[in-house]
Every structure is written in structure tokens, then in C-alpha cells.
Design a protein around this ligand. Sequence first.
Ligand code: SF4
Ligand code: SF4
Ligand code: SF4
Length: 177
Amino acid sequence: MSKSEKFYEAYLSHRHISRRGLFRAFLTAAREVAPTAVSSQPSHPLPPGALPVAEFVTHCTQCHACTDSCPMGVLTKHESGLPQLAIEFASCDGCASCIEACPTGALQPQIRFDTGLRPAFTRSCVNGIRSCNQCVEACPVNACSIEETHMPVVDSALCNGCGECVIQCTHSAILLQ
Ligand code: SF4
Ligand code: SF4
Ligand code: SF4
């Protein structure tokens, strides 16, 4: 199942995928992501709670119980066969369904939910020209603020990498990395 199909399925079956996320899905439905190199040390984002990379690849059997359990449709199958966290059309809400579904312990419960990703604000941000504040308003943990230069800034200690700011930014000015 492609990333877009997975998103639509999640949208139709589940709770709070935003209309903006659906809009992003329509905009990018025809765009196929270029394959990335297959590696025993994946550099793509892994599901929340993943063991350190070297351990993860030895524990993960690529069963995709995690992918199938994700109500937000943000877990997909990477070309390597491993699961990947792909926040493009919806954010990760930290529900931990993926962790509970994993039968091998490749995903471990977290004391504090964190995808390990953090937003980076690009030159596409318009906040220096006119007030926007969408990322600030979108952040559920108040990790995003506007500094004196009028550029957004993230408090990495507060941020949990959920990606909601990415989904809500209408200027595609935020990368999650
Ligand atoms: S924590 Fe929930 S929303 Fe996030 S990837 Fe896992 S199952 Fe999906
Ligand atoms: S459920 Fe666990 S073992 Fe199965 S693909 Fe996901 S991380 Fe790997
Ligand atoms: S990734 Fe989530 S927690 Fe972090 S700044 Fe964006 S909205 Fe806030």
C-alpha cells in the first residue's frame, strides 16, 4: 500500500487527521518519493520507541505489526523493508499503538513520548515579512516561539517531534529531521 493510500485509509477510518493534512495529501499524491539506499544502518526516521539503530535492525523482523496498528497512517514500509516514520500528511500523536503491537521488543515503551525528530525552519518561512504564527499555535506543548528576528525557534527540550507544526505550516517552511 502506498503512502498516500495509507493516509487516505487512516483519514477515512480515524479520528483527528486534519483537513490541512488531507490537503497536503492531495497536493503530493502524484509525487513519488525517490528510493533511498538500502542499508543495514537505516538513516530514515524509525517508529517511536525504536531501539538504537544497530539493535533495531537485529530485533525488527519487518512484520509491520507497528505499521498496521498506526491509527494516523504515519508508519510506512521503507524500501529496505523496515518500518519508517513518515510525517507528511498527519502528525504522530504519541498513542504508542505501534510500541504495543511490536512483538519483538524492537520498539520499547517511552517514559516521555518523543519521535526523536525536531523541526528546522527554512527560508520559506514568511514570518519575517508578515505575522504568521501557525507553528506556534499548532504546537501542543508550546515548544515553538517567535524570536526577535521574527523567525520561529524550537525549544528542543520541550519538543517531542510530533510534527504537528509541519502539518499546519501552509508555506511548507518546516523540515522535520
Ligand atoms: S505513536 Fe501512534 S501515531 Fe505515532 S507512529 Fe506510533 S502508532 Fe502511529
Ligand atoms: S512491529 Fe516491531 S518487529 Fe514488526 S516491523 Fe514493527 S518494529 Fe519491526
Ligand atoms: S514537532 Fe510537535 S512538539 Fe515539536 S515544535 Fe512541532 S508541534 Fe511542537
